[in-house]
Design a protein around this ligand. Structure first.
Ligand code: GRE
Length: 364
């Protein structure tokens, strides 16, 4: 081969390599893992449209993204360096169904549907079980089925379960009645994601109807989940199940900001007055609770959470399609954080918590 030809061949080989290097440079963290990532059943299009009307500026695009599992979504994942996603059914989902049999049938349908949809894509997708939370025994049984039959990674539940003949009652999972469920979560060794839902019924009328723009991410979601999680703390769920792993999204639903004050009041006032939980709020956060970055893309807030609850407890997430890959991933990739911190939050903490292996770019 003449020298010019060799040079030309080398140059031609070099161009794709350079392009790839440039690509890697701009997506500085490949193989991110995300775990608050919603889908819906296409047959419930009307409900998806209703919810999109409340929370999406472009409801058509939102509905299309919500119903897609592996086309638009996989393109985004490749474009923005997300190696693996754990999918979950959209809010308010089964927690909105106040009739127990209907709720249970829908949960089973959703679990079978998503298991089928991701069956051959285990290197890109996992799923959280959807559960009807009317009966602790039934919820435990369905979770067990999903984990043992389908390899689901845990459960994601949308706050309280609507119940009662008119749907106005709310079931919390913080009483001893739920011990059978929490024992199963621990025995299966999977995390439980406590996700928000919207206020409904009398609660909506009394608190939110006259201030409806605060429903959702601006306030009501965090209020609902923080009440429920702190109820689990103060009612002894983590004392009775010390190995229980609970995840909350949105950088901790306001709780990290209040840790000092909660701790001060639990330890210095409420415990002397009779609060009987065994550990401090900081200990529950160190042993039982993880938070994700879903829908909260602020570097100062993330740095604050790292300082307050520790880098090991924080997991990257997007909150797609309520939030955009672009906002979440470009923010995270460009955030002023050292590489070790980024690797832990972006991937390694999730790998460890869920025992993940064999997904795209898992070691990139
Ligand atoms: C969610 O389920 O995570 C969600 C909604 C509506 C708005 C924002 C959001 O259901 O994060």
């Amino acid at each position: 081969m003449s020298r010019e030809v060799t040079f030309e061949v080398r140059t031609r080989r070099l161009i794709p390599t350079l392009c790839y290097a440039l690509f890697i440079f701009f997506i500085d963290m490949l193989g991110k893992v995300a775990l608050e990532e919603a889908f819906a059943l296409p047959r419930l299009a009307e409900k998806t449209r209703w919810w999109a009307g409340l929370f999406a500026v472009n409801p058509d695009q939102h509905a299309e993204e919500m119903n897609d599992i592996d086309k638009l979504r996989l393109n985004y994942m490749d474009k923005y360096g997300v190696g693996y996603k754990i999918l979950s059914y959209t809010a308010p989902g089964v927690q909105d169904i106040h009739k127990p049999e209907e709720a249970q049938a829908l949960a089973v349908e959703i679990n079978d549907y998503i298991a089928g949809a991701i069956k051959d894509k285990g290197d890109r997708f996992g799923a959280f079980a959807t559960l009807s939370m009317h009966s602790p025994e039934e919820a435990a049984q369905e979770l067990r089925r999903c984990v043992t039959k389908y390899g689901f990674k845990g459960a994601l539940v949308n706050d309280t379960q609507r119940a009662g003949s008119d749907g106005d009652a709310m079931i919390f999972y913080d009483s001893p009645d739920w011990d059978v469920f929490w024992s199963t979560v621990v025995a299966l060794d999977v995390p439980f994601y406590l996700h928000p839902r919207n206020p409904t019924g009398t609660q909506y009328e009394k608190l939110w109807a006259d201030r409806k723009w605060l429903v959702g991410p601006p306030l009501s979601f965090a209020q609902g989940v923080s009440l429920h999680l702190l109820g689990m703390v103060t009612n002894g769920v983590f004392d009775r199940h010390p190995k229980l792993k609970v995840i909350i999204g949105h950088l901790g639903e306001h709780i990290p900001f209040d840790l000092w004050r909660i701790n001060h009041w639990f330890e210095d006032v409420k415990k002397p007055l009779g609060l009987s939980c065994k550990k401090t709020i900081r200990e529950y956060f160190a042993e039982n609770i993880w938070i994700t970055t879903s829908g909260h893309f602020s570097t100062p807030t993330l740095k604050y959470c790292v300082e307050e609850i520790g880098v090991e407890r924080i997991l990257f997430s997007i909150d797609y399609p309520f939030e955009h890959f672009d906002d979440a991933c470009v923010w995270f990739d460009d955030a002023d954080l050292d590489l070790a911190t980024k690797r832990k939050i972006g991937r390694d903490n999730a790998k460890q918590l869920f025992g993940l292996a064999g997904f795209k770019d898992e070691n990139a």
